[in-house]
Design a protein around this ligand. Sequence first.
Ligand SMILES: Nc1nc2c(ncn2[C@@H]2O[C@H](COP(=O)(O)OP(=O)(O)OP(=O)(O)O)[C@@H](O)[C@H]2O)c(=O)[nH]1
Ligand SMILES: [Mg+2]
Length: 301
Amino acid sequence: MCNDFSSILTVVIPTLDEEQSIALVIDDLKQQGFNNILVVDGNSRDRTREIAGGLGARVVLQEGKGKADAIRTAIPYIETPYLLVMDGDYTYPAKHIKELLDKAVKENLDEVIGARIRGRENIPLMNRLGNWVITKTFNILFGTNLSDVCSGMYLLRTQRTREINFESKGFSVEVEIAAHIASTTRRIGEVPIEYRKRIGKPKLRKRHGALIMLDAYKLALRYNPVFLVFMTASLILIPSLALTAYVAYDLLVNNVKHHVWAIIAVTGTGIGIQSTLMAIMTLYLKRLEYRLVQRLEEVKR
Ligand SMILES: Nc1nc2c(ncn2[C@@H]2O[C@H](COP(=O)(O)OP(=O)(O)OP(=O)(O)O)[C@@H](O)[C@H]2O)c(=O)[nH]1
Ligand SMILES: [Mg+2]
């Protein structure tokens, strides 16, 4: 007989037309002892709500639109110290939840992400690329070492989740939550999990090349705009170094002198190096700020 985690953890499942998979997801959860299930539905036109309710899940209709609003809708309903968000498409195995919970309790973490290490081939290629760019940008900005910040399975300390203001549109709700934790308490970790092939049709708009870059840009703009300015300015280093090489080559090999180009190349290289150093410095300063905020949070407790 499994433990019953109902008084510790609420499983929140945002759903939109998941009648093909929702029963499997709920059965999987119950088998692992997770009976406190809250389905936040985005006005499905199929039998999702009926099936979920019939299997004993609490079903509420979301306010607003989209997955982020669904998660925001869930928060006031939660009475347990932890909540776990997962998709209703049977991609995330319930057997990993205990590992996430264990880590959160043992290491006193506010968020534990289920990092999709096994079964990555089940993530559509474009999403895989997008997740990689966002995760790398995230790690650079916050000084973290996460491997899948876009995962749809994550455990949160309820009290912390209530502090987040889910205002910003743009990047995904997963990134929004992780950014809040990473910039305040920094009590964030991950557990490797397996990812299954989706049942039913995808609901979220797929991210494409330009949009991925835009998401990463918005993240940097919000959390470290000065870094973004210097990072952009440092790009001048690439043409400047190429120009320097050309001027040097023509001088050494052909004995041809390009005075004006030489001045431009040296100036550009100088600006590029300065900007790179400044960009690195802003990262260090920001990390220092985060560490101080983290200390203050600890003192406050
Ligand atoms: N309540 C609510 N749920 C949504 C909405 N859009 C998507 N969902 C649900 O949120 C979860 C994630 O959506 P998916 O379509 O699986 O998106 P994804 O996981 O990024 O992409 P896949 O790789 O296709 O699984 C699923 O359980 C959806 O049913 C919405 O507008 N409202
Ligand atoms: Mg999914």
